[in-house]
Design a binder for this molecule. Structure first.
Ligand SMILES: [Zn+2]
Length: 288
């Protein structure tokens, strides 16, 4: 039986990271699964609160479970950025493998207190579910931003990370280490890249000794990603790059067949466009 905990332990041992890709429809899910299958590496499917509202908690859980069972494949489902215990409980009951419980907008003590309560409540629903906690500021919205937000003041302090992990008993921690959600226009055009605070990642890892997630991986410098994984990052989230490929692929598919109305003749172009992005990211995360 495939388990996310096991996949993360293997990733840590092998010095690689599990790729996490957000989906909001079957194009994105098919693309992420096809790429992971081609490389034969574990993969995490993420759905934020907004994405879940569109696809349905139970529906996406059934789809991911069906892929895992039919293909005996390590594909896992994560409830990305969940801001309330009620929504987290819905995901736990629907059968998600993990939940990002994100109260990072609250003051540290309040975040720690409520996250600790959530960990206890969610493990009662499913003792095997993994809960990720968040501290620091990594911005909001996996979209194209006009201006770079100032994230320098919200970087995670290693001592606070240790305190948070011990107080809450989270399984996974998402620190702020120079990463941010979304991409700047210049990043989409390939002119600029995000850079990470590698020394901070290493300090947070040695202080916490648990799996670490890098959110907002889109548009990050490849070499920084490699170093971040070597320093202790075990999960890397990619969303905006997929959304850009999804839109371009859809437009190309429609433009290629201006009179076509059969969805399954138009949509494979979009699947292929997204799959190429997932493939290149999974190769990087898995040292291929
Ligand atoms: Zn995120």
């Amino acid at each position: 039986m495939h388990s996310l905990r096991n996949a993360l332990e293997q990733a840590q041992k092998n010095g690689v990271a599990v790729g996490h890709f957000n989906v909001a429809d079957l194009i994105l899910l098919k693309a992420a699964f096809a790429a992971a299958q081609e490389l034969n590496v574990p993969v995490m499917i993420g759905v934020s609160e907004g994405e879940r509202q569109f696809v349905g908690d139970r529906q996406i859980a059934a789809l991911v479970r069906s892929l895992r069972e039919e293909f005996d494949f390590p594909i896992f489902l994560n409830a990305d950025h969940t801001h309330s215990l009620a929504k987290a409980m819905e995901a736990a009951k629907a059968g998600f493998d993990s939940i990002v419980f994100d109260l990072s907008a609250l003051p540290f003590d309040e975040n720690a207190r409520q996250t600790k309560e959530a960990v206890a409540a969610l493990k009662k629903i499913n003792p095997n579910i993994l809960i990720e906690g968040e501290i620091g500021d990594i911005g909001t919205g996996s979209e194209i931003h006009e201006e770079a937000p100032d994230i320098s003041k919200g970087l995670t302090n290693p001592a606070e990370a240790k305190q948070f992990v011990e107080a809450t008993r989270v399984d996974i921690l998402a620190p702020a280490v120079g990463n941010m959600h979304g991409m700047l226009k210049s990043m989409v055009q390939g002119e600029t890249r995000k850079h990470l605070d590698i020394a901070r990642i290493a300090q947070i890892k040695s202080a916490t000794r648990i799996p670490l997630t890098l959110h907002g991986g889109s548009g990050t410098d490849d070499e920084d990603l490699r170093k971040a994984i070597a320093a202790g990052i075990n999960i890397v989230h990619i969303n905006t790059e997929l959304r850009v490929a999804w839109r371009r692929g859809l437009e190309q598919g429609l433009a290629k067949e201006p009179n076509e109305v059969v969805p399954y003749k138009v949509l494979p172009t979009a699947v292929e466009a997204v799959k190429q992005v997932v493939l290149s990211r999974l190769k990087l995360f898995n040292n291929r």
